[in-house]
Every structure is written in structure tokens, then in C-alpha cells.
Design a protein around this ligand. Sequence first.
Ligand code: 2DT
Ligand code: MG
Length: 212
Amino acid sequence: MACKRGALIVLEGVDKAGKTTQCNRLVQALQQSGRPAEMMRFPDRTTTIGKLISAYLEKKSDLEDHTVHLLFSANRWELVPLMKKKLEQGITLVVDRYAFSGVAFTSAKPGFCLDWCKQPDVGLPKPDLVMFLQLSPAEAALRGQFGEERYETSVFQRTVQQKFEQLMKDPSVNWQVIDAAQGVDEVHNDITSHSLNAINIAQNLPLGELWK
Ligand code: 2DT
Ligand code: MG
């Protein structure tokens, strides 16, 4: 039999919840326990499409709202062959944001429904586990000011949070809510135990297709 596949693990959450810190800590912990693991992040700002997205987020360019939504999705699809290759090689991928951010952020804009926003990402590799780092707006505010990028305002982030809550009602996705208000080590321990469980289950299952 071919080697057992890696798991696709996604971290989602509003800004300041600690996603990037926790992705790094998780990859390190998995590697130290002898499990091959790599981090990825979306948007991946290094590709040609990613550079268009990055300029938009930095407010160096303006893009029409549907257009930028489709670019975020295209930025995921362009990395699918690489993701599948790594998973087949037995590497667990720890991903900082995925299609759920794509849907939550665009559907927080006026005139966009959840269903339209999901369509371009239908059929992407389905995460074996999506952890939502839950942090109240009040707790997020205690962690300091928002940055200067597009979307980094408390009004917009509140709407994004509501959209994530709608997405989490979908039982076809393996959501786990993590209390991100805990200390960094406690959050890390929660994330690690859910991840080890997901890695064990995923190795005997085929990779699924998202929202299909
Ligand atoms: P970072 O701060 O994590 O680089 O995110 N976003 C992200 C979208 O609007 N659509 C998407 O599909 C994704 C993945 C969330 C940059 C911002 O981009 C938003 C925050
Ligand atoms: Mg950011």
C-alpha cells in the first residue's frame, strides 16, 4: 500500500485570534514528534495572482468586489496540485485561512450571499479539520490596534464573525471551536490534540471535496 496521506488542517478566525502563531507552533510540534508537516497560508501573496491580492489588501490598488473574490479563490486553486502532492507524500498541511475566510470576508460586503461566495471554492480539497479560533471583539481589542490593511476595522470584523458563525452550522465540515482567549500554551495544547486525532483518522480515508 502507498504511504498514508497527511491531513489537511485549517485554522480560521477573526484578526488577532492568534492563527499565525498557532500554525507555526503546531507545525513545530508535529515535526518534533516525527510527523512530517508544513505550513501554508492563504492568500499566498508570492504568486502572480497573490501579488494582485496583496496590492489590493494594502490599498495600493482597487479591484471590483466580485473580481477580488474570484482572485482569492483562484489563488487557492493554483496551489491545489502542490497541496495534493504533499498530502499524498504523507505531509500534513497546516493552513492559515482557507475558503472559509474567502466566504466570510466577501459575504460581509453588501450584496453578497453566502451561496454565491461558496461556489468558486466548491470541490477544493476538503479539510480534515477546521479549527475556529474564537475571540470576542472586546478581547480582540485588548490585543491592540488593527493594522492598516483593507478589512481591518472592528465594524467589518464583527460582520465577518457573524458570517463564520453561519458557516460553522454546516455539519459537512469538521469544525472545532477553540477558545482563543486562553493563554498561548493552552490554545496550542487544544489545537495539538484535535490535530493528532484528525491525522490518525485522515490516514485511512480518501481526501474529500469541499462543499460537494
Ligand atoms: P492575512 O492577514 O491572513 O494575510 O489575510 N481574505 C483571506 C479574504 O478576503 N478572502 C480570502 O479568501 C482569504 C484567504 C482576510 C489577509 C486578509 O484577506 C482576507 C484577511
Ligand atoms: Mg492580517
